[in-house]
Write a protein that binds this ligand. Structure first.
Ligand code: SF4
Length: 458
């Protein structure tokens, strides 16, 4: 199936999925929480402007900041490994696992895991025991679903379904209530932390001047992933850099308020290589810096601002397309929602994934809510412009629009009976309209007729 066909098939599946639709209502609730949390800022606009400026400054000199970050990590005794793409990142990770003789691995939430196919790769190695410690991601793994939302991955799962899966996976009681389920899960996961040789985490931010990474979370599992393990591996994409540790005050609060409506997430950790005085914690700190197509976005001066994303997910919650469909699988790439529609075609293949940039109403709500002021709807429009200017539309599409223009500019055609025009329209949109949408009925009277009637000519 081609990416475009897979997109339509997934959309048709999700739009009729009741649990997806219910979970989509939860997004409204999250958006109201974001709105309430904005009152924590004395001057929200100024905070957003500052954040946008810092992220712009970093993106414009990313090469410098990445080298600064590497130098700071090395100076402190850690390591930085550069990975060009997903395969390269997994190869580097395999070498680290082999060298450190790690057998038990714990992992916390990172969007890069699904981007590079981390869990499938690690689980394919029969010598390893790999445990997911993020509750949402663990449930997703059990149900073999794709995450529903970047911040709420398992929001679409039903309670009974979760209960059954946990009953098989960790022998939690089928009658267990929420609290018991959480307690069973906690007990299971705690053992894994204690026995782990290697802990894998993501990073919300890479701090260039400190050579450390910042992690913001609500479960506390990320910090436990590296507390007991001998080796801490951080998987981070090259666009996560911020210049200084003093910028965290701004970014942590913008992230928490926009992601979950909290003034600050429950656990905010800044971690780096251990100093000589630190007797516990991991002996090795390694950051795998992953490009995976981000340099291609960097190459476009007009579009590179989209790399400023801090992954709060706020744009998902207000997007009419995401809230109607939901589910990250629809977006066929590293990111989902409006930001995924901008970045995924640029990161992988503009021609193959051009349908993502077209599947938007361009209403601009995503741009309004973005804490780092990414001009999302205009980036989508620019993608569309690039598709046309690079001649990447299908021949059928070009012919379709040519015919449409001819038809619309001809008064005789416009005055044809509604039935004929409706039939022509249906032919035009045949493959794109989808099964769930009702085709609009055309007005029985044409504008010409209405005008004449208004003027008393008939
Ligand atoms: S584009 Fe903006 S609103 Fe959307 S996830 Fe990224 S930072 Fe958040």
């Amino acid at each position: 199936m081609r990416p475009h066909e897979a997109f339509i098939a997934e959309l048709n599946k999700q739009i009729t999925n009741n649990s997806h639709q219910k979970a989509a209502q939860l997004l409204q609730h999250f958006d109201s929480r974001r709105l309430k949390a904005l009152s924590y800022f004395q001057n929200l606009e100024l905070a957003k402007q500052r954040a946008a400026y810092i992220r712009w400054k970093v993106t414009e000199s990313l090469d410098k900041y990445l080298v600064d970050f590497e130098a700071s990590v090395l100076r402190k005794g850690g390591k930085v490994v550069w990975a060009y793409d997903a395969a390269n990142a997994l190869q580097e990770l395999d070498q680290i696992i082999l060298r450190t003789k790690s057998k038990k691995i714990v992992k916390s939430k990172t969007s890069l895991a699904s981007e590079i196919g981390l869990m499938a790769h690690l689980k394919g190695n029969k010598d390893l025991v790999v445990n997911e410690t993020d509750v949402g991601d663990f449930l997703i793994e059990l149900t073999k679903e794709s995450p529903f939302h970047p911040v709420l991955p398992a929001a679409n799962l039903k309670y009974g379904e979760i209960n059954k899966k946990l009953n098989t996976a960790i022998r939690s009681s089928l009658e267990a209530d929420n609290q018991e389920l959480m307690s069973d899960l906690r007990e299971e996961t705690r053992r894994n932390y204690l026995e782990a040789d290697l802990g894998i985490t993501g990073a919300n931010f890479l701090i260039a001047d400190a050579g450390m990474v910042a992690i913001s979370e609500n479960e506390g599992n990320a910090r436990l992933c590296y507390t007991f393990a001998k080796t801490h591996v951080v998987l981070a994409s090259i666009d996560k850099i911020i210049p200084s540790i003093s910028d965290l005050e701004l970014f942590f609060s913008l992230l928490s308020t926009h992601a979950s409506g909290q003034q600050l997430s429950a656990f905010n950790t800044i971690v780096g290589p251990a100093t000589r005085e630190e007797l516990d914690g991991p002996q090795e700190f390694i950051v795998i810096l992953i490009d995976n197509g981000r340099s291609s976005v960097m190459a476009s001066q007009d579009q590179r601002q989209a790399l400023s994303c801090i992954g709060c997910g706020a744009c998902h919650n207000v997007c009419p397309v995401f809230t109607a469909s939901g589910g990250t699988a629809l977006y066929q790439g590293a990111k989902s929602g409006p930001i995924g529609q901008v970045l995924n075609p640029l990161q992988s293949d503009l021609e193959a994934y051009k349908h993502l940039s077209n599947a938007s109403t361009l209403c601009g709500r995503c741009t309004d809510v973005c804490p780092v002021k990414i001009d999302l709807h205009n980036h989508l429009a620019r993608n569309r412009h690039d598709i046309v200017s690079q001649g990447l539309e299908k021949t059928g599409e070009k012919f379709g629009w040519y015919t449409w223009k001819k038809f619309m500019l001809n008064r005789k055609n416009m005055n044809r009976p509604a039935g004929i025009k409706g039939f022509t329209l249906k032919q035009f949109y045949k493959s794109e309209w989808g099964e769930q949408r009702e085709f609009p009925k055309l007005a029985e009277k044409t504008f010409n007729q209405l005008w004449r009637e208004a003027q008393g000519e008939v």
